[in-house]
Design a protein around this ligand. Structure first.
Ligand SMILES: C[S@@+](CC[C@H](N)C(=O)[O-])C[C@H]1O[C@@H](n2cnc3c(N)ncnc32)[C@H](O)[C@@H]1O
Length: 373
C-alpha cells in the first residue's frame, strides 16, 4: 500500500519507523515516504533470506547497532531492487483482494476476517473498499500498527490479539464472517488441515487461502495429495510436539479437495500478473478462492406434506468444531464426532450422549458455539 498520497504526518512517520524497528511493521509492503518502505518482496523474489524488510536510512537512534534491528534493515545499495520487488508484492496482494471483489463483491456488502493478519494489509484493504467489518487476528500484538495505519488511511479495520491454538483447534471468541482469508499462515502450522477446517466452519460465503505448495513441483504433481513436513520450527520455537513443524507444503490437489469437502463449490485459482512476483516464486505457492453456493440462486424448494425418502437419509450439512451438523427427518442435529461412525437411521438420535437438537442448522451451530465458549 502506498501511503504517500495520504500524506502521513512527521509524527506518524516517526511512529512507523519505531514500529518497523520493533518488527511490527516490516513484512508487508507499505510505503510511508521516500525514506521509509517495508516488505518481504525482495527476500521472496531473490531468495536472500535475511537481506532485510525495511528501507529506513535514518532509523531512530535508540535502535542503532541493535542486531535484531540490523536484520530488518536493508543495505542502502539494494534500495531500487527492494522497492521494485515490493511493488510486485503489492500487486500480488491487491490481486488477491481484486479476485474476492470480482467474484463476491461489492466488498461494501461483506464482513471479512484475516487470520494471521500481521500489520493488517488485508483488513485495511477491505476497510478502504468499504467492507461492513474487516478484522485481523494474530498471535502477535499488531494493535499499535493497526492504530497507526487506520489513522493514516482514515479506516476502521479492527485488530483482535488472538491466534489459532492448535491444542484446542480454536481461535478464542472468533465468530463467523462472510469471507475469511488465510495468507501465508498454513505454511507455518503443523496441523494445516485442522486449521483450515476451523476457518471453513467460520466462513459463511467464501474462503481465500494462499500457501506454499512445493518448491520442486512439476505439473504432474498438481494432482497428487500430500502434505510435507519440513524441519522443526524456527520462528515459533516455543511450539511443542506435535505442533512444532514449519514450512509445511500442501499439494494443490489436497488444498482444492479440502475446500470442496467443506462445501465451497466454486473454486477460483489466483493467477499471476505480468507486473506481479517472479514466476519461479509464484509457482511454488497457490491461492484459491472457494465460494459456497449462493442460497438466493438455488432452485425453489418443492414443499412436501410429509418427509420423503430424502429426509429419512441423514445428510451432513457441515462440520463445526468437533461436531457434525446433520439433517434427518426434518430435524437438525449436532452429532459429537467423538461418537465415531454411526448409522443414524438405526439409533435413537435424541438419546445419543452429547447430542444437540435444533430446528435449523444455524440454531444447532449457535448451540455448539455456546457450549464451546
Ligand atoms: C508469514 S506471516 C503472513 C502475514 C500475512 N498473512 C501476509 O501474508 O502478509 C504469518 C503470520 O501469521 C501469524 N501467525 C502464525 N501462527 C499463528 C497462529 N497460530 N494464529 C494466528 N496467527 C498466527 C504470524 O504472527 C504472522 O503475522
Amino acid at each position: 500500500m502506498d501511503l504517500r498520497t495520504y500524506q502521513p504526518t512527521a509524527a506518524q512517520i516517526a511512529t512507523a519507523k519505531d514500529l518497523a524497528c520493533r518488527g511490527l511493521l516490516c513484512y508487508q509492503p507499505f510505503i510511508f515516504s521516500d525514506a521509509l518502505q517495508t516488505g518481504a518482496g525482495y527476500e521472496f523474489a531473490t531468495g536472500k533470506e535475511g537481506a532485510g524488510l525495511v528501507y529506513c536510512p535514518d532509523p531512530p537512534v535508540e535502535y542503532l547497532g541493535s542486531p535484531p534491528v540490523q536484520r530488518l534493515l536493508i543495505d542502502r545499495s539494494i534500495k531500487d531492487d527492494f522497492a521494485a520487488h515490493n511493488q510486485s508484492l503489492r500487486v500480488l496482494y491487491d490481486s488477491m483482494v481484486d479476485l474476492i471483489d470480482q467474484h463476491l463483491g461489492p466488498i461494501s456488502d461483506l464482513t471479512m476476517a484475516d487470520i494471521g493478519c500481521c500489520a493488517g494489509y488485508f483488513p485495511l484493504a477491505f476497510a478502504k473498499r468499504g467492507a461492513r467489518r474487516a478484522v485481523g487476528y494474530d498471535l502477535v500484538d499488531y494493535g499499535p500498527t493497526f492504530n497507526l495505519l487506520n489513522e493514516v488511511l482514515r479506516t476502521r479495520a479492527e485488530f483482535v490479539h488472538q491466534g489459532y491454538i492448535p491444542e484446542s483447534q480454536r481461535i478464542k471468541g472468533m465468530d463467523t464472517f462472510d469471507v475469511i482469508v488465510s495468507i501465508a499462515v498454513l505454511v507455518h502450522l503443523s496441523d494445516p488441515l485442522q486449521h483450515l477446517a476451523l476457518l471453513g466452519s467460520l466462513a459463511k460465503r467464501a474462503i481465500f487461502v494462499w500457501t506454499l505448495t512445493s518448491s520442486d513441483l512439476n505439473p504432474a504433481d498438481d494432482e497428487k495429495m500430500f502434505i510435507r513436513y519440513h524441519s522443526v520450527n524456527r520462528y515459533y520455537e516455543h511450539s511443542k510436539f506435535p505442533f512444532c513443524f514449519d514450512v509445511m507444503q500442501i499439494s494443490p490437489a489436497l488444498l482444492k479437495t479440502s475446500l470442496e469437502m467443506m462445501g465451497f463449490t466454486e473454486i477460483y485459482e489466483l493467477k499471476n500478473t505480468p507486473d506481479g512476483m517472479p514466476e519461479g516464486w509464484f509457482n511454488t505457492q497457490r491461492g484459491y478462492l472457494g465460494i459456497r453456493p449462493d442460497p438466493s440462486k438455488s432452485a425453489p424448494k418443492v414443499t412436501q406434506p410429509e418427509f420423503g425418502l430424502a429426509d429419512s437419509i441423514p445428510r451432513l450439512i457441515r462440520a463445526i468444531a468437533d461436531y457434525n451438523v446433520v439433517s434427518l427427518r426434518g430435524q437438525f442435529w449436532g452429532v459429537p464426532q467423538a461418537l465415531g461412525p454411526l448409522d443414524l437411521t438405526t439409533v435413537e438420535v435424541e438419546k445419543l450422549p452429547g447430542i444437540i437438537a435444533g430446528r435449523s442448522p444455524e440454531e444447532v451451530v449457535e448451540k455448539i458455539r455456546a457450549i464451546r465458549r
